[in-house]
Design a protein around this ligand. Structure first.
Ligand code: HEM
Length: 211
Protein backbone atom coordinates (compact mmCIF):
# COMPACT_ATOMS: atom_id res chain seq x y z
CA UNK A 1 0.00 0.00 0.00
CA UNK A 2 1.45 3.46 -0.84
CA UNK A 3 2.64 5.44 2.20
CA UNK A 4 -0.10 8.08 1.89
CA UNK A 5 -2.81 5.39 1.93
CA UNK A 6 -1.23 3.71 4.95
CA UNK A 7 -1.20 7.07 6.79
CA UNK A 8 -4.81 7.76 5.84
CA UNK A 9 -5.93 4.30 6.92
CA UNK A 10 -4.31 4.77 10.32
CA UNK A 11 -5.60 8.29 10.92
CA UNK A 12 -7.93 8.93 13.83
CA UNK A 13 -10.59 10.08 11.38
CA UNK A 14 -10.31 6.90 9.28
CA UNK A 15 -10.65 4.80 12.39
CA UNK A 16 -13.72 6.68 13.59
CA UNK A 17 -15.29 6.61 10.14
CA UNK A 18 -14.76 2.88 9.89
CA UNK A 19 -16.06 2.21 13.42
CA UNK A 20 -19.26 4.21 12.88
CA UNK A 21 -19.94 3.53 9.22
CA UNK A 22 -23.07 1.46 9.94
CA UNK A 23 -24.47 4.05 12.31
CA UNK A 24 -23.82 6.85 9.83
CA UNK A 25 -25.70 4.91 7.18
CA UNK A 26 -28.63 4.43 9.56
CA UNK A 27 -28.68 8.13 10.48
CA UNK A 28 -28.27 9.19 6.87
CA UNK A 29 -31.16 6.98 5.79
CA UNK A 30 -33.37 8.23 8.62
CA UNK A 31 -32.75 11.90 7.83
CA UNK A 32 -33.02 11.42 4.08
CA UNK A 33 -36.38 9.74 4.76
CA UNK A 34 -37.58 12.72 6.79
CA UNK A 35 -36.42 15.20 4.15
CA UNK A 36 -38.16 13.28 1.38
CA UNK A 37 -41.50 14.44 2.76
CA UNK A 38 -42.17 17.70 0.91
CA UNK A 39 -44.96 18.76 3.27
CA UNK A 40 -43.09 19.04 6.58
CA UNK A 41 -39.90 17.05 6.05
CA UNK A 42 -37.53 19.94 6.75
CA UNK A 43 -39.38 20.80 9.96
CA UNK A 44 -39.18 17.17 11.12
CA UNK A 45 -35.52 17.07 10.11
CA UNK A 46 -34.77 20.11 12.31
CA UNK A 47 -36.76 18.60 15.18
CA UNK A 48 -34.78 15.36 14.94
CA UNK A 49 -31.49 17.27 14.73
CA UNK A 50 -32.49 19.24 17.84
CA UNK A 51 -33.24 15.97 19.66
CA UNK A 52 -29.57 14.99 19.27
CA UNK A 53 -27.61 18.21 18.96
CA UNK A 54 -29.02 20.10 21.94
CA UNK A 55 -28.28 17.47 24.62
CA UNK A 56 -24.87 16.69 23.12
CA UNK A 57 -23.82 20.35 23.04
CA UNK A 58 -25.10 20.74 26.62
CA UNK A 59 -22.95 17.73 27.59
CA UNK A 60 -19.91 19.30 25.92
CA UNK A 61 -20.45 22.55 27.79
CA UNK A 62 -20.82 20.66 31.05
CA UNK A 63 -17.56 18.81 30.28
CA UNK A 64 -15.77 22.19 29.90
CA UNK A 65 -15.02 21.57 26.26
CA UNK A 66 -13.24 24.91 25.90
CA UNK A 67 -10.40 23.65 28.08
CA UNK A 68 -9.77 20.92 25.53
CA UNK A 69 -10.64 22.91 22.45
CA UNK A 70 -10.68 26.70 22.78
CA UNK A 71 -12.14 26.99 19.25
CA UNK A 72 -15.45 25.49 20.44
CA UNK A 73 -17.53 28.72 20.60
CA UNK A 74 -17.07 29.08 16.81
CA UNK A 75 -18.44 25.56 16.28
CA UNK A 76 -21.43 25.38 18.64
CA UNK A 77 -24.72 25.42 16.76
CA UNK A 78 -27.45 25.29 19.42
CA UNK A 79 -28.15 29.02 19.16
CA UNK A 80 -28.47 28.88 15.35
CA UNK A 81 -30.75 25.85 15.61
CA UNK A 82 -32.96 27.50 18.25
CA UNK A 83 -33.42 30.46 15.92
CA UNK A 84 -34.39 28.20 12.98
CA UNK A 85 -36.92 26.38 15.16
CA UNK A 86 -38.42 29.67 16.31
CA UNK A 87 -38.62 31.04 12.74
CA UNK A 88 -40.53 27.98 11.59
CA UNK A 89 -42.65 27.97 14.73
CA UNK A 90 -41.41 24.50 15.66
CA UNK A 91 -41.69 23.47 19.27
CA UNK A 92 -38.40 22.46 20.84
CA UNK A 93 -38.61 18.69 21.25
CA UNK A 94 -38.56 17.09 24.68
CA UNK A 95 -34.99 17.11 25.77
CA UNK A 96 -33.13 13.86 26.12
CA UNK A 97 -30.89 13.74 29.17
CA UNK A 98 -27.38 14.77 28.25
CA UNK A 99 -24.72 12.09 28.62
CA UNK A 100 -21.87 12.45 31.03
CA UNK A 101 -18.66 12.62 29.03
CA UNK A 102 -15.77 11.05 30.86
CA UNK A 103 -12.61 11.65 28.90
CA UNK A 104 -10.96 13.91 26.35
CA UNK A 105 -10.88 11.11 23.76
CA UNK A 106 -14.61 10.46 24.24
CA UNK A 107 -15.34 14.17 23.85
CA UNK A 108 -13.37 14.30 20.60
CA UNK A 109 -15.32 11.28 19.37
CA UNK A 110 -18.57 13.14 20.01
CA UNK A 111 -17.18 16.19 18.23
CA UNK A 112 -16.17 14.06 15.25
CA UNK A 113 -19.84 13.23 14.69
CA UNK A 114 -21.15 16.76 15.25
CA UNK A 115 -18.49 18.34 13.05
CA UNK A 116 -18.73 15.62 10.40
CA UNK A 117 -22.45 16.25 10.12
CA UNK A 118 -21.54 19.54 8.43
CA UNK A 119 -20.50 17.52 5.36
CA UNK A 120 -23.90 15.90 4.86
CA UNK A 121 -25.48 19.20 5.86
CA UNK A 122 -23.84 20.93 2.90
CA UNK A 123 -25.59 18.52 0.51
CA UNK A 124 -28.93 19.07 2.22
CA UNK A 125 -28.50 22.84 2.10
CA UNK A 126 -27.80 22.73 -1.63
CA UNK A 127 -31.09 20.86 -2.19
CA UNK A 128 -32.98 23.22 0.10
CA UNK A 129 -31.71 26.27 -1.76
CA UNK A 130 -33.02 24.74 -4.99
CA UNK A 131 -36.46 24.40 -3.43
CA UNK A 132 -36.59 28.19 -2.89
CA UNK A 133 -39.22 27.99 -0.13
CA UNK A 134 -38.96 31.47 1.46
CA UNK A 135 -39.96 30.40 5.00
CA UNK A 136 -37.44 27.58 5.03
CA UNK A 137 -34.73 29.67 3.42
CA UNK A 138 -35.17 32.05 6.32
CA UNK A 139 -34.39 29.17 8.68
CA UNK A 140 -31.11 27.71 7.47
CA UNK A 141 -28.91 29.01 10.27
CA UNK A 142 -28.07 25.49 11.47
CA UNK A 143 -27.26 24.11 8.01
CA UNK A 144 -25.30 27.14 6.84
CA UNK A 145 -23.46 27.64 10.12
CA UNK A 146 -19.74 28.22 9.52
CA UNK A 147 -20.12 27.92 5.75
CA UNK A 148 -16.84 28.68 3.99
CA UNK A 149 -14.90 28.99 7.25
CA UNK A 150 -13.09 25.65 7.07
CA UNK A 151 -14.45 24.45 10.43
CA UNK A 152 -14.28 20.76 9.56
CA UNK A 153 -10.60 20.80 8.46
CA UNK A 154 -9.75 22.81 11.58
CA UNK A 155 -11.43 20.19 13.75
CA UNK A 156 -9.65 17.37 11.90
CA UNK A 157 -6.28 18.99 12.60
CA UNK A 158 -7.11 19.02 16.29
CA UNK A 159 -8.37 15.42 16.20
CA UNK A 160 -5.28 14.09 14.45
CA UNK A 161 -2.96 15.97 16.81
CA UNK A 162 -4.68 14.69 19.93
CA UNK A 163 -2.52 12.54 22.20
CA UNK A 164 -5.64 11.60 24.15
CA UNK A 165 -7.16 10.02 21.03
CA UNK A 166 -3.86 8.31 20.15
CA UNK A 167 -3.70 6.79 23.64
CA UNK A 168 -7.37 5.83 23.90
CA UNK A 169 -8.81 5.30 20.41
CA UNK A 170 -11.51 3.02 21.84
CA UNK A 171 -12.81 5.86 24.00
CA UNK A 172 -12.97 8.13 20.96
CA UNK A 173 -14.95 5.43 19.11
CA UNK A 174 -17.31 5.05 22.08
CA UNK A 175 -17.87 8.82 22.04
CA UNK A 176 -18.65 8.79 18.32
CA UNK A 177 -21.06 5.85 18.67
CA UNK A 178 -22.72 7.56 21.62
CA UNK A 179 -23.19 10.75 19.58
CA UNK A 180 -24.66 8.89 16.59
CA UNK A 181 -27.07 7.07 18.88
CA UNK A 182 -28.60 10.43 19.81
CA UNK A 183 -29.68 10.84 16.18
CA UNK A 184 -31.33 7.45 15.91
CA UNK A 185 -35.02 7.01 16.61
CA UNK A 186 -34.83 4.44 19.39
CA UNK A 187 -34.12 7.37 21.69
CA UNK A 188 -37.03 9.36 20.36
CA UNK A 189 -39.85 6.92 19.89
CA UNK A 190 -42.18 9.22 21.81
CA UNK A 191 -41.49 12.00 19.33
CA UNK A 192 -41.54 9.82 16.21
CA UNK A 193 -43.85 6.91 17.05
CA UNK A 194 -44.36 6.09 13.35
CA UNK A 195 -40.65 5.40 12.77
CA UNK A 196 -38.95 2.05 12.73
CA UNK A 197 -37.50 1.49 16.19
CA UNK A 198 -35.17 -1.35 15.40
CA UNK A 199 -31.82 -0.29 13.92
CA UNK A 200 -30.86 -1.95 10.63
CA UNK A 201 -29.12 -5.27 10.98
CA UNK A 202 -25.46 -5.16 11.87
CA UNK A 203 -25.67 -1.83 13.63
CA UNK A 204 -24.49 -1.70 17.20
CA UNK A 205 -25.98 1.03 19.34
CA UNK A 206 -23.88 2.00 22.29
CA UNK A 207 -25.83 3.56 25.12
CA UNK A 208 -24.44 6.16 27.45
CA UNK A 209 -23.23 4.80 30.75
CA UNK A 210 -25.52 6.82 32.97
CA UNK A 211 -28.83 6.73 31.10
C1 HEM B 1 -29.72 13.20 5.05
C2 HEM B 1 -28.76 13.29 5.96
C3 HEM B 1 -27.30 13.07 5.68
C4 HEM B 1 -26.67 12.84 4.51
C5 HEM B 1 -27.25 12.78 3.11
C6 HEM B 1 -25.27 12.70 4.81
C7 HEM B 1 -24.29 12.50 3.88
C8 HEM B 1 -22.94 12.58 4.12
C9 HEM B 1 -21.92 12.62 3.12
C10 HEM B 1 -22.18 12.58 1.61
C11 HEM B 1 -20.73 12.70 3.76
C12 HEM B 1 -19.34 12.72 3.10
C13 HEM B 1 -19.10 14.09 2.55
C14 HEM B 1 -17.70 14.32 2.07
O1 HEM B 1 -16.81 13.47 2.28
O2 HEM B 1 -17.49 15.38 1.47
C15 HEM B 1 -21.00 12.70 5.17
C16 HEM B 1 -20.05 12.73 6.15
C17 HEM B 1 -20.33 12.64 7.49
N1 HEM B 1 -21.58 12.69 8.08
FE1 HEM B 1 -23.33 12.63 7.14
N2 HEM B 1 -25.07 12.79 6.15
C18 HEM B 1 -26.29 13.04 6.71
C19 HEM B 1 -26.57 13.26 8.04
C20 HEM B 1 -25.64 13.17 9.02
C21 HEM B 1 -25.92 13.35 10.42
C22 HEM B 1 -27.29 13.74 10.99
C23 HEM B 1 -24.77 13.12 11.08
C24 HEM B 1 -24.48 13.14 12.53
C25 HEM B 1 -25.20 13.76 13.42
C26 HEM B 1 -23.75 12.82 10.09
C27 HEM B 1 -22.43 12.56 10.37
C28 HEM B 1 -21.43 12.53 9.43
C29 HEM B 1 -20.03 12.36 9.74
C30 HEM B 1 -19.41 12.15 11.11
C31 HEM B 1 -19.34 12.45 8.52
C32 HEM B 1 -17.83 12.38 8.33
C33 HEM B 1 -17.42 11.00 7.84
C34 HEM B 1 -15.94 11.04 7.48
O3 HEM B 1 -15.10 10.97 8.38
O4 HEM B 1 -15.67 11.16 6.29
N3 HEM B 1 -24.31 12.87 8.87
N4 HEM B 1 -22.34 12.64 5.37
Amino acid sequence: MPLQQVEEASSARARLRHATDGMHRAVDSRFAGLLADAADGYERFLTAIAGGLLPLERALTRAHIERIWPDWPHHARSAALHLDLARLDIEIPDQQAEPHLDSEAEILGVLYVLEGSRLGGAFILRELRRSADPARLNAIGYLSHGEGQGLWPRFLQHLEASDAVKCAPDEAEAGAALAFSYFLPHREHDLFPHEELVPPRGIRISRPKDL
